[in-house]
Write a protein that binds this ligand. Structure first.
Ligand code: ADP
Ligand code: ADP
Length: 230
């Protein structure tokens, strides 16, 4: 089954002579349950694509089909419900609330989700059982990103979108975070879409989408998926 199918997805920022063509007709299939890595240089349109299929932004033209519904035809309200019920986001800089503990950061999501996990169970899943009462400033970068992952998965999302999730981490810590994402994929069955400019992250993917200048250049199905080395 497919998690997503995009058809002719286009995004233009601005207009006239200053228009930026960020997506130039993207046709993409993302199978349910896979780890998909979207790989391409900075400015190639990766975040734009992720934000549109994640329901944070809208395309200028084309379709994004999720479970037989075209996101392009949804009202703002429907799009909000789609995000709330189906989508988790992980960003490069964690976006944690500094005044809240790890558990309280996760509770921001579990208090409004339909069928949430226990906050402590989500934190245990990412290896932070012993850190639930810590504040972000008391945690390392890798631990902060794990809290962000716990917050994103606590609603049991259908899809987890990760935009440069290891971009602020050293390579060893980054690999550990990628292993957490692999666990989330295996244990919760969530489809995971990772946006990155780092080719090293392709090894853990089921499918690598090579992206450049607003378009797909190549799709590589990975038949020998590797675990990121610790
Ligand atoms: P990537 O994630 O691959 O770095 P982006 O999707 O962020 O690429 O950007 C693609 C192009 O769209 C770039 O030229 C960028 O400058 C432009 N862009 C992104 N967001 C906006 C915006 N909100 N307004 C105008 N231009 C934007
Ligand atoms: P609500 O009406 O419940 O506040 P939102 O649309 O603000 O709904 O958020 C729904 C989900 O999408 C939340 O789980 C939130 O984590 C995520 N989300 C929405 N927008 C952003 C954003 N700009 N940055 C990070 N996460 C976002």
């Amino acid at each position: 089954a497919l998690a997503y199918r995009t058809k002719g997805l286009t995004k233009v920022y601005g207009e006239g002579r200053s228009a930026v063509h960020a997506l130039r007709g993207v046709d993409l299939d993302i199978p349910q349950g896979e780890i998909v890595v979207l790989l391409g240089p900075s400015g190639s349109g990766k975040s734009t694509l992720l934000n549109i299929i994640g329901g944070l932004d809208r395309g200028s033209a084309g379709e994004v089909v999720f479970q037989d519904q075209n996101l392009a035809e949804m009202s703002d309200r429907q799009l909000t419900l789609y995000r709330r019920n189906h989508v988790g986001f992980v960003f490069q800089f964690y976006n944690l609330m500094p005044s809240l503990t790890a558990r309280e950061n996760v509770e921001l999501v579990t208090e409004i989700a339909r069928d949430p996990m226990e906050p402590d169970a989500a934190l245990a899943l990412v290896g932070l059982r012993e850190r639930v009462d810590h504040f972000p400033a008391q945690l390392s970068g890798g631990e902060q990103q794990r809290v962000a992952i716990a917050r994103a998965v606590a609603k049991r999302p259908t899809v987890l979108f990760c935009d440069e999730p290891t971009g602020a981490l050293d390579s060893k810590t980054g690999r550990a975070v990628l292993n957490v994402l692999k666990d989330v994929n295996e244990k919760l069955g969530a489809t995971v879409l990772i946006v990155t400019h780092a080719a090293s992250q392709a090894a853990m993917a089921d499918r690598v989408i090579h992206f450049a200048d607003g378009a797909i250049r190549e799709v590589v199905v990975n038949t020998s998926k590797l675990t990121p080395e610790e």
